[in-house]
Design a protein around this ligand. Sequence first.
Ligand code: GEK
Length: 241
Amino acid sequence: MSYRKQDNLFEHKYIEAFIFDAEVTRVFEDMIQRSVPGYGLTLQMLAVIAELYAQKNSKLYDLGCSLGASTLALAHGIKASGCGIIGVDNSAAMLEKCKQHIAQSPVPVVLQEADIQGVEISDASVVVLNFTLQFIAKEERLNLLQGIYQGMRKGGVLVLSEKVSFADEFEQQQHVALHESFKKAQGYSELEVSRKRQSLENVLIPEPISAHHARLTAAGFDEVQTWFQCFNFTSMLAYKI
Ligand code: GEK
């Protein structure tokens, strides 16, 4: 059990462009739980997904592993023998803390400090992008997904969780309002919510669910399903059959 430090970063100052530095790392566990509706459920289900899809002697990848919450969820779900997890993140601060967390892992975990766009995926049965693709430039997303598809075994799955947008203006407005209401219910003030919104502009780029499905299909995936949605947060499963 880790000690959760309260996220009050935006209470005191405005951060122009959000980055995953030491300051964010310190409060990240609290920040993501109070900012992403359904985050805890995505972690719980990663364990279920790993149990069903992790293949014997295969690799599992957690791309954008942050503090290792998604990595550990996978680790606790794996029942197949001979599996290992590769956790990748380009934030040194995150990985430093992640190292301590993954010490509890029941399966071997290797951490890589790298840009996920440069990581070669091989022999993978499960690949996870739990709220990470949204930070990659739109025009680079297809290439990344193609590399993942190519490095996956048949019968494997990619879990893609994302903040999304909606083409319909009314639907978009309502989901944004619901998300902001959720954040206030979690104890964030109006000022914190609006500062965080500005800080993430051009850093976190959401797209419609239909755009994700189309891109996953273009990358080669044979079947794509949305298994979870809460307001403007969703998680998809893309299968290599
Ligand atoms: C969880 N999956 O707890 N290369 C490597 N890492 C990156 C890149 C990149 N190009 N861009 C962003 N990151 C985790 C949560 S957080 C989600 C994932 C969020 C990393 C970044 O450093 C951060 O640690 C992570 O992706 C995104 O389930 O903050 O909303």
